[in-house]
Design a protein around this ligand. Structure first.
Ligand code: MEV
Length: 321
């Protein structure tokens, strides 16, 4: 028997870092997905293959990773974590296919975790509702990486636009952002833990300066949510909110010359707004480019990688043959 599921990656529109200090955050599912298929195996060990990521490994699920023929251990840990909650340990043939880059701040680990859990529950004919699936996936993230906000796993499970409020409650929202978003990513990934820690230290050194910065980011996120819920989106206003948010992220110390180059190039070639998305210190930017998608993609791809990441309503999906 084979079971296949997929889940989308995410991008944070507003509120990264401020969310760590109790402010809200707003993120959306992108139309790039992780697909995980699980097949019961007659062999002694489980195997995992990913043509997209160019890796292959075999391991014993009850004992952890045995043989791993390359460097993609990170993502395998999320698969093993998810299987430890959703599978009985018997050997599997696992196939992973990825439409998004790994380690670029697009929530690839959350997407893989959610897809693996959904495929495992489906393999065992167990029903699990969306909110429990999101909780389990967050548990896996905590298990594997130590600290994580529930935002990524909630977006990968629910799809669409997700708001994490001041009490860490998740709600889903509508947005009318048709085909206007670009994600640009540097080859270097910032370390999320280190970036969060450096913002915390800056806040401790300059509380009277950094507290209002963090609050301002929260206010931007709240305003953005209101704006996005309106039928007739004021695009310039949204772009300006992104640019102000970027200035505040810069003041938190998470910008880099590479991210800045992409951010300003995007604006120069027509983006109404552009900012870091995720932890910064490397990683990705997001640009809002209604009517200027090709121009902005072209300029970003000259020096870095960039993709058109459209908004996706679809969250986790089971793929029946
Ligand atoms: C990282 O994608 C977003 C941060 O706000 C950290 C977090 O929310 O856990 C920087």
């Amino acid at each position: 028997m084979e079971s296949k599921a997929s889940a989308p990656g995410k991008a944070i529109l507003f509120g990264e870092h401020a969310v760590v200090f109790g402010q809200p955050a707003l993120a959306f599912a992108v139309d790039k997905r992780a697909y995980v298929s699980l097949k019961k195996s007659s062999g002694k060990k489980s195997t995992i293959k990913s043509t997209d990521l160019n890796f292959e490994a075999s391991f014993d699920l009850s004992r952890g990773i045995d043989i791993l023929k390359n460097q993609k251990k990170g993502i395998v840990n999320y698969i093993l974590g998810a299987l430890s909650l959703g599978h009985d340990g018997s050997p599997l043939e696992i196939e992973l296919s990825m439409e998004m880059p790994v380690g670029a701040g697009m929530g690839s680990s959350a997407a893989v975790t959610v897809a693996t859990l959904a495929a495992a529950y489906n393999l065992h004919h167990k029903n699990i509702d969306i909110s429990n699936l999101a909780k389990k996936a967050h548990e896996v993230e905590l298990m594997v990486q130590g600290a994580a906000s529930p935002l990524d796993t909630a977006v990968s499970t629910n799809g669409g636009l997700v708001y994490l409020d001041e009490n860490s409650e998740i709600s889903s929202h509508q947005a009318y952002l048709d085909n206007s978003l670009i994600l640009g990513y540097t080859s270097y990934r910032g370390n999320t833990g280190e970036m969060v820690d450096s913002v915390r230290k800056r806040r401790e050194r300059f509380p009277q300066i950094m507290d209002p910065v963090i609050e301002s980011v929260g206010n931007i996120t709240r305003q953005a949510l209101k704006l996005l819920s309106q039928d007739n989106l004021d695009k310039e206003y949204l772009g300006e909110l992104m640019n102000i948010n970027q200035g505040l992220l810069d003041s938190m110390g998470v910008n880099t010359p590479e991210l800045s180059r992409m951010i300003f190039n995007a604006r120069k070639y027509g983006a109404l707004g552009s900012k870091i998305t995720g932890a910064g210190g490397g990683g990705s930017i997001i640009a809002f480019c209604p009517g200027k998608l090709e121009e902005v993609l072209h300029i970003l791809q000259k020096t870095d990688s960039a993709i058109n990441a459209d908004f996706s309503k679809e969250g986790v999906l089971i793929h029946h043959k």
